[in-house]
Design a protein around this ligand. Structure first.
Ligand code: PPS
Length: 287
């Protein structure tokens, strides 16, 4: 499928037409989840691929064979992508399913099952910077213009996949005991502890050695070399690898490189307005 310049609008949100059609989005909305499914939900650039890798490695008890031989989009397919139906397994057992969709679109279908949901959030300033750089290499995303222009759209919620604020606030409403909330920054600070907590959530226990292996295979350096996750399998017609890398920097606080003083003040003001009604403490914008 080509449709590199097509924008699909669904539930008032823009989506890249190269990856999604109205039909694929409708199928996602009405998907029949199984109780054994594990859903990774994120706004783009929040640590999706990292979580796909961590869960793959937890399930393989630290054995990297699957992670090194099967692309992440097959191991943990995106629910809303056009290829989902032909990729997702129908037989029983644990399925990893990824989504960037906002909560309101998925909630009715999700609530019909006991599927586990792992939501990862990241400092929105770092999300905006990572997303901006990704727009420059992904030919299925619109030209971002200058960083100021892009940030305006990010704050307005008119970038593809919609508003970061609505996304986070929406998913934090899913306060079921099947819900696990984690931040990119926690994973950065203490990956081992996060892996152990995830193991608890999905009722898996690993030996010390297996935990060591999961941690090692999910490091930024190892993942950057793994072509099953670093996007180098994707053709240059779709991702311009000469302009930058998908596994770009993997750091906390990179926003400081692109945010000027006035942009930071603007961002903090919008953040306060948008997040003041959010009960969950979410102090990331200050970091
Ligand atoms: S996407 O396109 O939505 O699937 O992107 P996503 O995977 O959510 O986010 C990509 C950013 O996550 C960084 N990343 C990591 N950081 C630290 N450690 C590990 N292991 C790791 N794996 C992925 C990746 O580098 C992107 O962030 P930036 O800031 O652009 O480097």
């Amino acid at each position: 499928m080509d449709r590199l310049t097509i924008t699909e609008t669904f539930a008032g949100i823009s989506f890249p037409g190269h990856l999604h059609t109205r039909e694929s989005l409708q199928l996602a909305q009405h998907f029949q989840f199984q109780d054994t499914d594990i859903v990774i939900a994120t706004f783009p650039k929040s640590g999706t691929t990292w979580m796909q890798e961590i869960l793959t490695l937890i399930h393989s008890k630290g054995d990297s064979l699957l992670a090194q031989t099967v692309p992440n989009w097959v191991r943990a397919p995106w629910l809303e992508h056009t290829y989902f139906r032909e990729t997702v397994r129908d037989e029983g057992g644990v399925r990893l399913i990824t989504t960037h969709l906002p909560y309101d679109i998925l909630a009715p279908a999700l609530k019909k099952s006991k599927a586990k949901v792992i939501y990862i959030a990241r400092n929105p300033k770092d999300v905006a910077v990572s997303y901006y750089h990704f727009h420059k290499i992904a030919k299925f995303l619109p030209d971002p213009g200058t960083f100021e222009e892009f940030l305006d759209k990010f704050l307005d919620g008119t970038v593809h996949y919609g508003s970061w604020f609505q996304h986070v606030k929406g998913w934090l409403r899913h306060q079921e005991d099947t819900f696990f909330y984690i931040t990119y920054e926690e994973m950065h600070m203490d990956l081992r502890d996060c892996i152990e907590r995830l193991c608890g959530f999905i009722s898996t226990s690993l030996t010390c050695e297996e935990l060591d292996n999961v941690e090692q295979h999910c490091s930024f350096n190892t993942m950057s070399q793994n072509k099953m996750v670093n996007c180098t399998l994707i053709s240059p017609e779709i991702i311009d690898h000469s302009k930058g890398k998908f596994m770009r920097k993997g750091v906390v606080g990179d926003w400081k490189q692109l945010f000027t003083g006035p942009l930071n003040i603007l961002f903090d003001r919008v953040y306060q307005e948008e997040m003041s009604n959010c009960k969950h403490s979410f102090p990331l914008a200050q970091d």
